[in-house]
Design a protein around this ligand. Structure first.
Ligand code: ADP
Length: 418
């Protein structure tokens, strides 16, 4: 009997508290075979929206009805995949890759999940109370569905574990910080890793030789200073609240604002948590957290939208300047995620006035809408400016596959055209 070919598919799972996002990829050519999203898990009406990508055209199917928990959700996903001949029982499935938000100091690489790894992810719940419990539920569910299959945890914090202590420590009492594991862990690491590597490819240079500033601007937003493929600083801290102005998060703020609100505004710590995480940022400033709306309103002369835009840009510029100083030499500033990839006015405003730092934009290139990695700076600019679409699922799949197959594929992990 000839040996059956080695399995090449990876199922990527991103479990939220009431949602489950998934993608199935074939790692031979990085083609997406299926993707989907289960929402409102545990509520009265849950939805599953599944897209099969194996035919000539994407085929979308929707389901409605109560899905009680993540186990039911994964079973429903499994049924949808089976209907396309891609079931989780298939021998072609090599592994499941799980996005895990917080891996603390310990997990600096993708890690094969066993009981001890599960316990460590659980131990980190106090520093990631919103995310790690859901990620853990996803892992446990997938392990019970296919106990024989390798399950790999890919940590959002892993890329940032290379930060030096000077960047990862807060200047606070060191014993208290250590006792409570208070330090800067960062987030969006999977995206920063992928985008900084793709940026080096775009420049036609080895990752080890380039220094880049990555600006991941989605609803959540963070910057990273990456020297030779290793993160040396990032703007998110103990939690994703620190750093840039975001859709609903304040980003950097004097911590004394919290004491002030507790002492003088009668707010509880929980109230302040909600205020700064969910009701601040662009939303708090002007009532909208979608950059498209803010740009539209600004165009119509809306003052609060203009102010929100200006505060957002001011903070971005501060980080570009700070990370230029941290890196010493910058080869590229790279925009990614929903705002970074799509909002030309944000890129234009963020780079404007930075000519002395070697930065400039080509207006025509900046105006092009495309979903491929591209340079948007003129040839004469000392520092390249680029747009690189992020692809966290591909990065998770690539890291997962590398671990289980022993094939490190990152140098060719560029997204396929689907
Ligand atoms: P996340 O993954 O953090 O939820 P995304 O990276 O998908 O976020 O980014 C979502 C954000 O991208 C939206 O809130 C919106 O502000 C912004 N966005 C998407 N398309 C555009 C566009 N064409 N112009 C400006 N902003 C956009």
């Amino acid at each position: 009997m000839p040996d059956s070919p080695a399995p090449t598919r990876v199922l990527v799972l991103n479990s939220g508290s009431s949602s489950l996002k998934y993608q199935l990829l074939d790692m031979r050519d990085h083609r997406r075979l299926a993707q989907g999203l289960v929402e409102r898990i545990g509520e009265r009406t849950s939805t599953l929206s599944h897209t099969s990508l194996v035919g000539t055209e994407p085929a979308k199917r929707e389901r409605e009805g109560r899905i009680a928990d993540h186990e039911e959700a994964l079973n429903a996903v499994s049924e949808e995949l089976s209907a396309d001949g891609l079931g989780t029982d298939s021998p072609e499935l090599a592994a499941v890759g799980h996005r895990v938000v917080h891996g603390g100091k310990l997990f600096s690489r993708p890690t094969l999940v066993d009981d001890a790894v599960e316990r460590e992810i659980e131990r980190l719940i106090p520093v990631a109370p919103l995310h790690n419990p859901a990620n853990l539920t996803g892992i446990r569910t997938a392990r019970s569905l296919r106990p024989d299959l390798p399950q790999v945890a890919v940590f959002d914090t892993a890329f940032h574990t290379t930060m030096p202590e000077s960047a990862s420590r807060y200047a606070m009492d060191i014993a208290t910080a250590d006792e409570h594991r208070i330090r800067r862990y960062g987030a969006h690491g999977t995206s920063h890793a992928y985008v900084s590597r793709e940026a080096a490819k775009l420049l036609g240079r080895a990752e080890e030789d380039v220094n880049v500033i990555v600006l991941h601007l989605g609803n959540g937003a963070s910057a990273a200073a990456v020297r030779g493929g290793r993160c040396v600083d990032t703007s998110m801290g103990l939690t994703p609240l620190e750093g840039l102005v975001m859709g609903t998060r304040s980003g950097d703020i004097d911590p004394a604002v919290v004491f002030h609100l507790v002492r003088n505004a009668g707010m509880s710590p929980e109230d302040v948590d909600v205020l700064l995480n969910k009701k601040s940022g662009l939303l708090g400033l002007c009532g909208d957290n979608d950059m498209r709306e803010i740009i539209r309103r600004t165009g119509e002369g809306d003052e609060s939208a203009r102010l929100a835009f200006e505060i957002y840009i001011h903070r971005l510029k501060k980080y570009i300047g700070a990370y230029t100083a941290v890196l010493g030499r910058v080869d590229a500033v790279v925009f990614t995620a929903g705002v970074g990839e799509n909002a030309a006015p944000v890129r234009e405003a963020a780079i404007a006035g930075l000519e002395e730092m070697g930065l400039a934009l080509d207006g025509d290139l900046n105006a092009v809408r495309a979903d491929r990695a591209r340079l948007i700076s003129p040839e004469y600019a000392r520092v390249a400016v680029a747009v690189v679409p992020t692809d966290e699922e591909l990065e998770i799949a690539t890291q997962t596959y590398a671990l289980v197959s022993g094939v490190d594929d990152t140098s060719s992990a560029t997204r396929a055209d689907n």
